[in-house]
Design a binder for this molecule. Structure first.
Ligand code: 9PG
Length: 786
């Protein structure tokens, strides 16, 4: 039999193998000769008049195409054809299921296309124990708790079942069932399984997000033989067109280790599928929300604009964004509240006249009963089958209930176009879109043949068209992958707040409502999305020392998180509360790092502790490691190099917040006395024969941002350093072979300190740019002496 005629069709990818059994209609995926998924099927769920019908791939298939990179198959049925294809894409394998309806009469609605349904025991078959299995669970909105869960956790561990019903639609996809059963988990769009015993993981996720909402669910169970997995894209009853191929969303299966790399690969595949081009760098900005909340006024904004343009112009903040509170009512975006009597155009002009980019917050799919929109356009509001407006949520800040718009209504799209064209016309070039899940509630729509995802994507495309490609769109409350390819910036966690943790949060295990802690946890667990799908927003930075209940350690932890993520950078303080300390704290974060960090303990900890950036300064590459002490008390933090994902070697270690040089290590790092909720930010510089900067207090990057150049001279080195704020700079250098050094700037000698071995510390005043020179006498040994 030729290849096409053989019973099992095989596709070899980089690192994984796909086998389709044409006689059984089942398929398997293997890596390194071992099964990941064995004897899986695909299914399509139809809604027929007589009740739901499930079509499965079980049965006999014909080969349509079989090349080195792709397999395509067809199964003939009395109603038409079932279609299947698999492709090798880099380290991933993608599978797709579809159908062609050929029967006379109206085609049935498609409820779900399930390209992967793994039977009990078909996941990592034959393993003795699943005690060390973990599931990575991705939440619905940016705000929804996300992370890796232990097998014995109940399915509602991250999103508790008793969350009040009226809060749910903003935090969860209400169509996704939540279970309290142990080990039953569902991730929106994707999920991942890991086996900590074997250092293996597999990411399963839909790469298409524009046609259907989707989930990956597992039931890990007590034994490996009970583990089930299913990936379903929900088409919500959308009918196919007779005689035309209807494909579900493509699903990627990506085997990997515990480094998190396959999650990055998943994000890259989604970006590719959604046509994401080069990502735009977001401007460093100021936002009104976390200081003024709903009490914001144009006066308050102007006061801060003045400070940013004058006293703090050195910080070079480029954007001023007005948040919630300027509008008359939720829904009436072109009418202003009493605090903005001068109108939003005048304010945009004011901001632009100071050379800053004007930014504005809008919740375009949200409406409240009080608004003119609600009263005048009753049929624009999404309603239930009974005709009642569907509750989207309650918000204490808004007093209370809010609703969503029907985005399939053509007049709603016209209105969105008008609102955003007008705001753009006022001069706004930065749009923070919020509460977008209000457009995806379950209800009865004007056009029922459009899925929720399609309706929302279409509306977002209208907004993008209205504001133009030259505007920046940031979203806060948005179902996390939905806007990929349309937005520039997406928030990845709950709101930050002027406090660490709300009293009720530990009581109800809440990780989704506002608090600095909740905000930072998702920054770790979703950091792989940043710089791949869009630029991620960790939420605002609060540095003020007054009108806040974050202590110094907590503010530094927030600052470390915002800096380490390397995404959006927005300050949300009343700058008139600032003194020299606040200026210095903000100054050491600017310019913002533009990096893509990884979280080396993502699979091993429900609340990860480490985030790592690979950085470079003119002396070469180094690592920056952020470690958080989540406990409330002062602790020593001990970490092994091997758990940081930095690779073996010998490193100089310097901590940023304390300025301590910790010496050279090849295995453990111990940082003493990290305050409760505090952080260590460590520069790990590989030991080498060349002079290197190994620590600095100028910028949190400890080199990448502040070291402009490092050049060898005949008798030493010359370094150029820069800072956006005036400060007493302290830098630490490793100079192999130098027992004593002389340092000077253009004015004269600088104070130096020998820290032992060949490590020296230099102190000087820095304001803007400075060149310093170091000279020394070589001793014979060279290199670092033990
Ligand atoms: C403005 C704010 C800010 C903030 C957004 C978003 O569940 N809730 O009641 C809830 C209220 C506000 C909220 C998130 C959740 O914050 O993330 O940056 O723009 O809206 O109202």
């Amino acid at each position: 039999m030729d290849e096409k005629g053989s019973r099992v069709l095989v596709l070899e990818g980089q690192g994984c193998r796909f086998e389709f059994d044409r006689a059984a209609g089942t398929f398997s995926i293997l890596t390194g000769g071992r099964y990941i998924f064995k004897d899986a099927v695909g299914r399509v769920l139809l809604s027929k008049r007589g009740g739901p019908v499930s079509l499965t791939t079980s049965g006999t298939w014909d080969t349509v195409a079989h090349t080195g990179k792709e397999v395509a198959l067809v199964k003939r049925e009395d109603w038409g054809r079932l279609l299947f294809r698999a492709r090798a894409r880099g380290k991933a394998l993608t599978v797709e299921l579809g159908l062609t309806w050929e029967e006379a009469g109206e085609p049935p609605g498609i409820e779900a296309v399930i390209p992967l349904d793994v039977p009990p025991g078909g996941t990592w078959p034959g393993r003795e124990s699943n005690r060390s299995w973990r599931f990575y669970q991705n939440g619905w909105q940016c705000w929804t708790a996300t992370g890796t869960l232990k097998r014995r956790r109940p399915g509602d561990y991250l999103f508790v079942l008793f969350t009040p019903k009226r809060l749910k639609p903003m935090l969860a996809n209400t169509a996704t069932p939540v279970s309290s059963e142990k080990g039953r988990f569902t991730g929106e769009w994707f999920g991942g399984l890991a086996d900590l015993d074997t250092d293996e993981s597999v990411v399963v996720g839909f790469t298409g997000v524009s046609r259907a909402l989707s989930q990956v669910s597992v039931r890990i169970g007590g034994k490996p033989s009970g583990c089930e997995l299913e990936a379903a894209a929900r088409f919500e009853g959308k009918p196919p067109v007779s005689g035309i191929e209807f494909w579900g969303e493509p699903l990627a299966i990506i085997p990997g280790d515990l480094s998190g790399r396959n999650l990055e690969e998943y994000a890259e595949l989604v970006a590719e599928e959604q046509g994401v081009g080069e990502l735009r760098r977001s401007p460093a900005g100021w936002c009104s929300w976390y200081q003024y909340f709903r009490n914001v006024t144009s006066e308050g904004v102007e006061k801060n604009l003045e400070l940013l343009s004058d006293r703090y112009r050195g910080l070079d903040i480029e954007l001023v964004q007005v948040d919630d509170g300027y509008q008359k009512e939720l829904g009436d975006w072109l009418e202003t509240s009493p605090g903005f009597a001068g109108g939003m155009k005048r304010l945009a002009d004011e901001i632009a006249s100071r050379g800053k980019m004007p930014g504005i917050w809008v919740a375009p799919f949200t409406v409240m009963r009080r608004s003119r929109l609600f009263k005048e356009k009753k049929d624009w509001v999404l309603r239930s089958k009974k005709g009642r407006p569907v509750l989207a949520g309650v918000n204490p800040m808004w007093k209370w209930r809010f609703y969503g718009l029907d985005l399939t209504h053509p007049e709603v799209l016209d209105w969105l176009r008008e609102v955003f064209t007008t705001l753009k016309g006022y001069g706004y070039h930065f749009f923070k879109l919020d509460f977008l899940a209000c457009g995806l509630l379950e209800g009865k729509r004007y056009d029922p043949s459009v899925t929720r995802a399609e309706a929302a994507r279409r509306a977002l495309a209208v907004i993008r068209e209205a504001v133009g490609e030259d505007s920046i769109i940031m979203t806060a409350g948005c179902p996390i992958l939905l806007g990929t390819g349309i937005f520039d910036i997406q928030r990845i966690g709950p709101d930050v707040a002027p406090y660490w943790r709300a009293f009720y949060q530990p009581l109800i295990r809440d990780r989704s409502t506002p608090s600095t802690r909740n905000c930072l946890i998702n920054t770790f667990t979703r950091c792989f999305m940043h710089g791949r799908l869009w630029e991620a927003d960790p939420d605002c930075l609060l540095v003020r020392g007054s009108e806040i209940s974050l202590d110094e350690a907590e503010r530094r932890t927030l600052a470390s998180g915002v800096a380490m993520l390397g995404g959006a950078f927005m300050i949300s303080d009343d700058l008139s509360l600032w003194g020299p300390e606040e200026e210095e704290l903000a100054g050491c974060l600017l310019p913002p790092l533009r990096t893509r960090p990884f979280c080396p303990d993502l699979w091993r900890r429900e609340v990860p502790r480490y985030m790592v950036n690979r950085l470079e300064d003119p002396g070469g590459a180094y690592f920056l490691v952020w470690a958080v002490n989540w406990s409330g008390s002062r602790r020593s933090m001990k970490m092994r190099l091997s758990e940081l994902g930095v690779g073996p070697g010998r490193y100089h270690v310097s901590e940023f917040w304390t300025g301590i040089y910790l010496g050279v290590t090849a295995d453990d790092i111990k940082v003493d006395g990290v305050p409760g909720h505090g952080s260590a930010v460590l520069r790990l510089t590989p030991v080498s024969d060349e002079p290197r900067l190994v620590g600095s207090n100028i910028h949190i990057s400890q080199g990448a941002a502040e070291l402009g150049s490092l050049d060898r001279a005949s008798d030493g080195v010359a370094l150029a350093l820069k800072s956006r704020v005036k400060r007493k700079a302290v830098i630490t250098l490793a100079i192999p072979g130098a027992e004593s050094v002389i340092a000077r700037d253009d004015k004269g000698p600088l104070s130096t300190e020998h820290l032992g071995q060949s490590v020296h510390r230099v102190q000087f005043e820095l304001d803007g740019l400075k060149e310093i020179r170091l000279s020394w006498q070589e001793n014979d040994s060279g290199g670092v002496r033990e």
